[in-house]
Design a protein around this ligand. Structure first.
Ligand code: UDX
Length: 451
């Protein structure tokens, strides 16, 4: 019965990139669009597949990527994007052709929505005369920075290759300094520059959607509207717009919520670097002693891939005792929404940034790569919710930052700003708010494809 009903709806094919920070927002987008009456097919690589059992309303379409294993580290990311685009183009075309020709079973495919890194999907959509839409999983400011970098490098400026970019402001990109530009540590510069040109172009796509909101990113969104000649929708924060669904690849098997229950309100620093960034052994040691010296409770996520290779310093666990909780993965949104969490030590991935702002939690910012430097600059200098750390992790600097944000007045003020921004975002999402209006316009736009 359900299947029959689904087959009568207009079908959207969403093409997912296989990293947690990309999967979470596209699955949220899929849930939002499903709740607005569309049937959903999620096309995904065989590397890092999502768990279909968590999304019984969606159809999942595996695309063979020819990758058996991949070391998902920052220096390998540009290569991953290249490999996937090269290997998935033909299999995706085959899968798309099949579901288009099985209209009775799957419903009519009206559009392909693809993660901006899965641009092979646009070529396939064109072949079947289907409109395609780019989904930007990260923020507008980072895209604006990427586009400016692409323009500057086309003019022959070699700042991408500089070893130590300066503190000077980038013209037209306030508050970003040259050192905040998302310069690659993700693979070869040549490939990075080529990727930059691809991600900044709208190609032949019909629209772009962003997981952001006007109340956070009015300036970069306005600038980008001038740059792109196609419709533009800001639908974020999607994790707040979507009906609640578990989207984590790794389930939260830890008892960290139980541990949080025992801690005082706003007393805990939550430490996590998302799903890719890692600390080297030296930084891990400095971090451990910094947390120990701060004398504040902490919940620290050290992913398995890190803990298998690196050890926390001897005597650390004995010294901190019950004051510290170290886990391999946490359900981050649940953690951030817990009243005991007073601050977040973060790598400033865009999902972590949005999730923390939406819970009114101020941040200590230690960006690593890609958009993270841009996000950190916005957090510290535009929104006033974050403490900027120096490039080198030192125990005394960690100790000071943790105390500043959890104990001192500065932290109280930042928390108030974070709470006020959280309330603004709540208004954006409600009926009549800018995110909700943008979503209504987007649904109308999608519906026009089936007229
Ligand atoms: C990557 C890039 O690094 C990031 O800069 C870009 O904006 C998106 O893609 P990632 O590094 O994983 O993502 O960071 P982030 O964007 O913060 O996404 C991580 C996601 O994993 C978040 O939704 C977070 O809630 C979730 N997570 C992470 C957990 O649920 N538990 C954890 O322990 C760690």
């Amino acid at each position: 019965m359900e299947k029959q009903h689904e087959s009568k709806r207009n079908r959207l094919v969403l093409v997912m990139y296989p990293l947690q920070g990309h999967m979470n927002p596209i699955l949220d987008l899929a849930s939002v669009l499903h709740s607005r009456g569309f049937s959903i097919t999620v096309a995904h690589t065989t590397l890092n597949p999502p768990d279909p059992a968590s999304f019984p309303d969606f159809t999942f379409l595996p695309i063979s990527d020819g990758i058996s294993t991949w070391d998902i580290s920052p220096s390998n990311l540009v290569n991953l994007a290249y490999t996937i685009n090269r290997n998935c183009a033909a299999p995706f075309k085959g899968c798309l052709s099949q579901i288009i020709h099985q209209e009775e079973q799957h419903g009519r495919v009206v559009c392909v929505i693809y993660d901006f890194l899965m641009h092979f999907a646009e070529t396939a959509a064109n072949e079947f005369n289907l409109p395609s839409i780019i989904f930007r999983t990260s923020n507008a400011a980072a895209l604006l920075a990427f586009c400016t970098m692409a323009e500057l490098s086309a003019q022959g400026q070699d700042f991408i290759a500089r070893d130590s970019p300066s503190d000077d402001l980038v013209p037209g990109l306030f508050p970003l300094r040259f050192k905040d530009l998302p310069i690659s540590s993700m693979g070869s510069l040549e490939k990075f520059s080529q990727l930059l040109a691809v991600v900044c172009s709208s190609r032949s796509s019909s629209a772009i959607i962003f997981n952001t909101t006007d109340c956070l990113e009015n300036f970069p969104l306005t600038q980008l509207r001038r740059h792109y000649q196609i419709p533009f929708f800001h639908l974020g924060p999607l994790h707040r717009m979507a009906p609640k669904k578990p989207t984590n690849l790794v389930k939260d098997k830890n008892n960290c919520i139980k541990w949080l229950e025992k801690q005082a309100r706003n007393s805990v620093i939550y430490v996590s670097l998302g799903s890719i960034a890692t600390m080297d052994e030296k930084d891990l040691t400095e971090m451990a002693w910094g947390l120990a010296l701060s004398e504040q409770p902490f919940l620290w996520v050290i992913r398995t891939c890190e803990s298998e290779k690196k050890q926390l310093p001897e005597g650390f666990h004995e010294l901190v005792g019950e004051r510290g909780c170290v886990v391999e993965w946490a359900h981050q949104i649940e953690v951030l929404s817990h009243p005991a969490v007073g601050a977040f030590f973060t790598h400033c991935g865009w999902n972590s940034t949005l999730e923390s702002i939406c819970e009114g939690v101020p941040m200590i910012c230690k960006p690593y790569f890609a958009d993270q430097t841009v996000n950190a600059r916005y957090l510290t200098h535009e929104w006033g919710l974050g403490i900027e750390l120096g490039n080198v992790i030192q125990r005394t600097e960690i100790e000071k930052a943790v105390r500043r944000i959890l104990v001192e007045n500065e932290g109280v003020e930042m928390r108030q700003k974070a709470i006020s921004l959280r309330e603004q975002i709540k208004k954006c999402i409600k009926e009549g708010g800018c995110a909700n209006n943008s979503l209504n316009e987007f649904v109308q736009f999608l519906s026009s494809f089936s007229e």
